[in-house]
Design a protein around this ligand. Sequence first.
Ligand SMILES: NC(=O)c1ccc[n+]([C@@H]2O[C@H](COP(=O)([O-])OP(=O)(O)OC[C@H]3O[C@@H](n4cnc5c(N)ncnc54)[C@H](O)[C@@H]3O)[C@@H](O)[C@H]2O)c1
Length: 389
Amino acid sequence: MPQKKRLNVGLIGYGFMGKVHSNAYLQAPRFFDLPYQPVLKAVCARTPEKAKDFAANWGYEAVESDWRALVRRADIDLIDIASPNDTHAEIAIAAAQAGKMVCCEKPLARSAAEALPMVEAVEKAGVANMVWYNYRRVPAVALLKKLLDEGRFGRIFHYRSQFLQDWTISQDLPQGGQALWRLDAAVAGSGVTGDLLAHNIDMALYLNGPITEVTAMTETFIKERKHNLTGKVAPVTIDDASAFLCRFGNGSLAMFEATRYARGHKALFTLEINGERSSATWDLHDMHRLGYFDHRDPGEVRGWRSIHVSDGDQPYMGHWWVPGLQIGYEATFIHQLADFLIAAGEGKSIGPTFRDGLATDYVTDAVLKSARSRQWEKVQGQGVGHSQG
Ligand SMILES: NC(=O)c1ccc[n+]([C@@H]2O[C@H](COP(=O)([O-])OP(=O)(O)OC[C@H]3O[C@@H](n4cnc5c(N)ncnc54)[C@H](O)[C@@H]3O)[C@@H](O)[C@H]2O)c1
């Protein structure tokens, strides 16, 4: 086997995403033929003692207590940002200036204004960059993208997408601090708009092109919660639910909705697209199935197909088990990392790039602005992103 180039990874954050990304660095080279061999060089945590077990479990060689020290290390090739949203910009810009490849969790930043200098920094430095909008790499979604690109749908009329959860319904749930930073807009940027809808929007931009204007409503159902960092009851600053109508550049209309108050739903990410000739449906709870209807089928057998995307000639699946067997949530990150490293080996970045992450931030900004103004709002920064990767 030819010797692969070593790629030394410095990870920032060892929570949920720190675990998922670490798994991807270990698994991607086992299932995909990559130009690099990722090496888990160091993980950064503000309290290093807490990260020691994490480092030992995943095989990191060292623990750093300050991300700046990690970014300064000459032996680190790639900085991976898996920390809360308020940390992304400063770390990414410093990493780009130090000439590192940068992979950043979503949303790219708390607003487009904060994200723009991040895009400028990676592009000025010419470093490979990527935002972890992993759901593009679900095989059934990748198949849908292929069918759309083949022109099977004709003109698109409608797009609709939801992301429903139920974990913040309790009045007693505190806000802020470790694990609950998502309820604090100062850290997260917004509530479900930036956390959940950002996924729906990235996927929509990928599948259906730019969004031009939006009209939105948001609600904060529980107005005050105890803040974990101060111990005091404080106003809740995030949107608990967010819904918007929009128009795409291709003339289609869309409806989006996200909430953490849909009792019984844990992570119900759905989408439907309706074209002149075909329609498709997908949802994360049954992520291997793509619903597909083709009006050109002979009338007597015309109907919705439920395609089980698990065969070797379907996207990504030839890298896994035998036909018909399934893969998991973690595989979407493995696919994204593999695609990123293959592109980086050719001196390129594959989508979603930072520029694509910025495009999503422009849409979430417009959604939040419209919810405040109660008016239709134009999406700024048209044409900034939408790479096809
Ligand atoms: N792609 C996805 O589907 C997906 C899913 C979940 C979270 N995310 C994103 O991933 C990021 C992290 O989310 P999470 O769920 O892993 O959060 P988490 O709370 O589980 O973990 C965050 C980690 O960051 C660390 N951290 C915080 N501030 C830091 C600092 N200044 N320096 C170093 N470490 C710091 C914390 O100690 C913790 O280990 C967020 O941007 C979030 O939006 C993406």
